[in-house]
Design a protein around this ligand. Sequence first.
Ligand SMILES: *Cc1c(COP(=O)(O)O)cnc(C)c1O
Length: 375
Amino acid sequence: MQAFGTTIFAEMSALAISTNSVNLGQGFPDTDGPPELLAAAARAIYDGHNQYPPGPGIPALRHAIATHQQRHYALDYSPDTEVLVTAGATEAIAASILALAGPGDDVVLFEPYYDSYAACIALAGARRRTVTLERDGDGWGFDPDALRQAVTRRTKAILVNTPHNPTGKVFSPRELAVIAQVAGEHDLTVISDEVYEHLTFDGRLHQPIATLPGMRERTVTISSAGKTFSVTGWKIGWVCAPPPLLAAVRTVKQFLTYVNGAPFQPAVAQALSAGAAYYGGIATQLQRQRDLLCDGLASLGYDVVSPQATYFATVDVHADAVEFCRELPRRAGVVAIPSSVFYDSSAGDSFVRFAFCKRPNVIDEALRRLKEAHP
Ligand SMILES: *Cc1c(COP(=O)(O)O)cnc(C)c1O
């Protein structure tokens, strides 16, 4: 694991503090989640939900997750044999990869990728094979042949992340169909990280790959309360998968954390049962923040790719992204993250990720500073 030393986030957060910069590097909101959600967790503590919860998660939360999948996507999962509560999506990803891949196996994933994917594949002793998401006009796309070529006899799983961090891409039905076809042809499991499922913009809807014909039986779907309800520190995530896959993931999970977040589980169960307006409100506010940041950056002359979802916008700085991000705090008092660290290839060398899950006055201040510093 030596190659995974300190993350870029640690370096950039330290720079943000030492230069007193506005930090648009960190991918978490600077406002609290819905007050009734916070109150429910506080109540749960006083009501005595403070000891180890059941290994697979409390029944109320497993039921709420199953109902959520049914209500939003018409996907049926048994709360008892097909749903597992985890310590955030992070543990769900780790347990899934460790359960499904080992030494000598390959895992296919798209670059840029969420940093824990590469680390977990390394922990499993497996090898990663990346398919590049290329900038394509206003968005991002991939070459289906590149995906086909990435699959080998050793491939065990394809890791998909939609909506996607850091590009903000929502995979299209056509793209999901290509992935499903490749998975079917090679009898692969798909691990689908959908933590931004409710943070989509402009009326776009997220489609789980498990809804495609034949895919429910070969997909491990992962999500989390952190992004949906702006409580990233709570670390309540989950897995939905058919019984044999779920059992494999659960076997690993029980030796990672065993259980977590006893008082948060009943609170999240309650929030998941809330109506569509509850989900929509957070996305609508986030969309305004996206527009504030993206329009602002564009008006300063930056080459911005506006995202369809998530917390992040990408800027092509047409220069080395790591150097750009190391200089930006001193030059402008703003911190961003070089997306190039999320690539194996050099395809992302000039891309920088800015987070807009921040209060509008924070985004305004970052834009004001960038304007002043603009060469
Ligand atoms: C934030 C994030 C996670 C981690 O979710 P937790 O529930 O906080 O563990 C996983 N995947 C992606 C793509 C993320 O952006």
